[in-house]
Design a protein around this ligand. Structure first.
Ligand code: CA
Length: 225
């Protein structure tokens, strides 16, 4: 089970990292929201633990952002904020469970097990994305169109995954730069256009019905019908 731990307090982070590894989780840790989003998008996690007080952003905004990015794994909020308002807000905005600090490790482990049990559809769609005849296997990082394997670079796969998760919706260049490259490059860069061009050659090659549409001056949309 892959677990992403987002916690900026070094002592708690290292304590949790070792206890959770001992409990059998494959743990990756981040100490701020930005690196957490990057990790969550690049790696497939089965479950996340998110602290609310992060140095660069609020944990709630981070969870909302991850949900927008298509991260569907259950999130356990771990926070020193104990008020009913905070808990309700956390649960309403994408958290699946809420545990307050200080906490007992045994309780944390029990809650993680519960969340995983609740969220494990066997043969699950969480590992696959499908848009028309385009299919992405998120575990093997392979994409096929009409059953034909596409030869994508890792970066092209991430880009295609982002388009698939937003199928039918317009994504702008700056959204792609931010979400796929994880940073803001100068707006006059053509890195997105170059990658889309190559990706389109692979996805829409061989006389197939084009799926990747360009909206001039706006961005791109992956057709879903
Ligand atoms: Ca904190």
């Amino acid at each position: 089970m892959r677990l992403l731990l987002v916690e900026d307090e070094p002592d708690i982070q290292s304590f949790l990292k070792s206890s959770l590894s001992e409990a059998g989780y494959q743990v990756e840790a981040a100490a701020d929201g930005k690196s957490a989003s990057q990790l969550a998008v690049d790696g497939q996690f089965d479950i996340l633990i998110v602290d609310l007080g992060l140095p660069d952003q609020d944990g709630i905004s981070l969870i909302l952002k991850l949900r927008q990015l298509g991260v569907s794994a259950p999130v356990l909020i771990l926070s020193a904020r104990r008020s009913v308002d905070d808990r309700v807000r956390g649960l309403e905005q994408g958290g699946d469970d809420y545990l307050t600090k200080p906490f007992a490790l045994a309780e944390l482990l029990a809650r993680l097990r519960n969340l995983l049990k609740r969220n494990s559809p066997p043969g699950s769609e969480a590992t696959r994305l499908r848009v028309l005849d385009l299919e992405l296997d998120l575990l093997r990082r392979e994409a096929t169109r009409a059953g034909q394997l596409l030869q994508l670079t890792p970066q092209e796969f991430v880009l295609l995954e982002y388009l698939c998760r937003n199928a039918g919706r317009v994504v702008t260049r700056s959204m792609i730069l931010d979400q796929v490259w994880g940073m803001r490059i100068q707006p006059d860069t053509n890195v997105v256009d170059v990658h889309i061009y190559r990706l389109r050659g692979k996805v829409d090659g061989l006389g197939q019905q084009p799926l990747i549409r360009t909206l001039r001056g706006v961005g791109y949309v992956l057709k879903d019908r």
